[in-house]
Design a protein around this ligand. Structure first.
Ligand SMILES: [Zn+2]
Ligand SMILES: [Zn+2]
Length: 145
């Protein structure tokens, strides 16, 4: 017989109908409904830390990595080339590079814009490239959610 799973936060048996899944740093963890409700008010790092406390969480290595990513992502945030301020990412945009405004020739390309929160300077990043950088990908998620 399969052993009944415990709530990863309080260590109690939640029972079939009183358990739910909580997304902890991209992993799904079993929790009782009371703990799941409390978990909603936590920021992601606090949630990950609490999930690891009892040693009951599945895939703890993944959660550890997520904490490291979140806590060091700000150190990797691009700085403004003009004033050194923080660059804030925005949603992906399509730019029209057409030389003829209403001509048939129309070339568009996707960019990831960001702006300096101090001086307002804009910069554009290649979306594919920034998506591959785990720190920038996290900052984009954080800035645009
Ligand atoms: Zn619980
Ligand atoms: Zn600036």
């Amino acid at each position: 017989m399969e052993q009944e799973k415990l709530c990863i936060f309080c260590g109690q048996k939640p029972g079939t109908f009183r358990s739910t899944d909580v997304n902890v740093g991209g992993t799904y963890q079993l929790a009782c409904k009371t703990c799941a409700r409390e978990a909603k008010d936590l920021d992601e790092v606090s949630l990950c830390r609490r999930a690891l406390q009892r040693g009951l969480a599945d895939n703890p290595e993944h959660i550890e990595k997520r904490i490291q990513l979140i806590t060091s992502a700000e150190d990797h945030r691009p700085k403004c080339l003009r004033c050194g301020g923080r660059m804030i990412f925005q949603k992906e945009e399509q730019l029209d590079n057409s030389p003829l405004r209403d001509g048939v020739l129309c070339t568009t390309f996707d960019v990831r814009p960001c702006y300096c929160e101090d001086c307002g300077r804009y910069e554009f990043y290649h979306p594919e490239v920034v998506r591959k950088n785990k720190f920038l990908a996290y900052l984009i998620y954080k800035d645009t959610k």
